[in-house]
Design a protein around this ligand. Structure first.
Ligand code: SF4
Length: 370
């Protein structure tokens, strides 16, 4: 038996870790203890064991092309450096031709997925989205359109006076393939207004996801961390996602998103409670894996806000998917993160840690082993 496993079994405080090793489901109290009390070395060891059991040795990545169709937004989330008001000189909305031009560039680079998100733009009709999705699918039928956060879907339904189901039904008919799962931020009702002013509530996010899943539209799930939240908020968030996954099975992955503070109101106000340590990133990945062990199989490591070294450590702590190729991503770029990686860069990051890189599609089907 491995020495670390023996340490877990011997540990008097390691009850949650013991039960995780035995394949038992962990609860809220366990999650908090994994954040606050347990030895990080043991937490990452057990998370890695669970990762091996659930998904094996592959580390997958999708070649995606990010397109932010408009930065016009009537909300003004304190975490956001991306939004502009309609009359700002750098406000923009892409025309159908501009969208197609960008997708062509992405397809030329090998993208199999087009990730499309923007803000709450009240000047766009539902037909705008239908037209750009249909045009993409007509010209590039093989790409998967993964578009619109739950927050955008909810907003579009509200301003167009349609139900969520009607909006999603029309968008699916136009080519929408999956939802990226953004806009969740952190669900806790007490702190949500301080990070996501003007956005939908946690219940509204979860309801939108549930409607989508029941219509056969699968999605990612996300959590924004390292701003003003504490450990209990993180555990609560992850468990609310797990509850919905129990009902629908529609989440493809869980993506912990590290907050990038540059150019955001939250940072300017000096109200952040950040510890900003790579150890937090590693622990968030590991605890996510342990709490979601029998639920959402794919734990994604988004390397752009983490940096490549920390991302590799997160892959050794329960992560099994590396996101992203990040071509043209603007949201993190506005918040000070501006790097891209090619397929070869991602494959190298994976082989350097002794795992097997595979290119996947949106739904985790393997396209090629690298
Ligand atoms: S996070 Fe989204 S909804 Fe909030 S201000 Fe930025 S673009 Fe708008």
């Amino acid at each position: 038996m491995a020495r670390l496993e023996q340490r877990v079994l011997d540990s008097t405080s390691g009850d949650a870790l013991n039960r995780a090793l035995r394949g038992e489901r962990l609860d809220f109290k366990d999650g908090v203890s994994l954040f606050q009390e347990e030895d990080l070395h043991l937490v990452t060891y057990v998370a890695d064991q669970v990762r091996q059991r659930v998904v094996g040795e592959n580390v997958s990545f999708v070649v995606g092309y990010n397109m932010n169709y408009s930065n016009v937004c009537v909300a003004s989330c304190q975490i956001c450096a991306f939004y502009r008001k309609k009359d700002d000189k750098d406000a923009y909305t892409y025309s159908k031709d501009e969208v197609l031009q960008q997708v062509a560039e992405g397809v030329e680079w090998g993208a199999t997925e087009i990730h499309i998100v923007g803000g709450f733009n009240p000047y766009l009709a539902l037909e705008y989205y239908e037209e750009i999705f249909a045009a993409i699918k007509e010209k590039f039928p093989r790409v998967i359109i993964k578009a619109l956060t739950m927050a955008e879907v909810f907003f579009i339904a509200k301003i167009t006076k349609n139900s969520i189901q009607e909006v999603l039904g029309r968008l699916k008919a136009s080519g929408l393939g999956a939802l990226p799962g953004g806009g969740a931020e952190i669900f806790d009702d007490d702190i949500r207004p301080f990070v996501a002013r003007g956005k939908l509530t946690a219940e509204e996010w979860l309801r939108t996801a549930e409607v989508a899943h029941r219509m056969g539209i699968r999605s990612n799930s996300t959590m924004l961390y390292d701003h003003i939240e504490n450990d209990t908020h993180r555990v609560d968030h992850i468990l609310r996602l797990r509850d919905l996954q129990d009902k629908t099975g529609g989440f493809i992955s869980f993506i912990p998103l590290k907050f990038s503070p540059a150019n955001t109101e939250l940072s300017a106000r000096g109200s952040l409670h950040r510890k900003t340590s790579p150890l937090i990133d590693i622990r968030v990945t590991a605890v996510s894996r342990l709490l979601l062990a029998d639920s959402i199989k794919n734990i994604v490591v988004y390397w752009v806000p983490l940096g490549k070294d920390v991302a590799q450590s997160c892959l050794l702590a329960g992560g099994n998917d590396l996101m992203g190729t990040s071509f043209r991503e603007k949201i993190y770029k506005e918040a000070g993160k501006n790097e891209i990686a090619t397929k070869a860069d991602l494959a190298n990051m994976v082989t350097e840690i002794g795992r097997a890189p595979v290119e996947r599609d949106t739904f985790y089907n393997i396209i090629q082993r690298m």
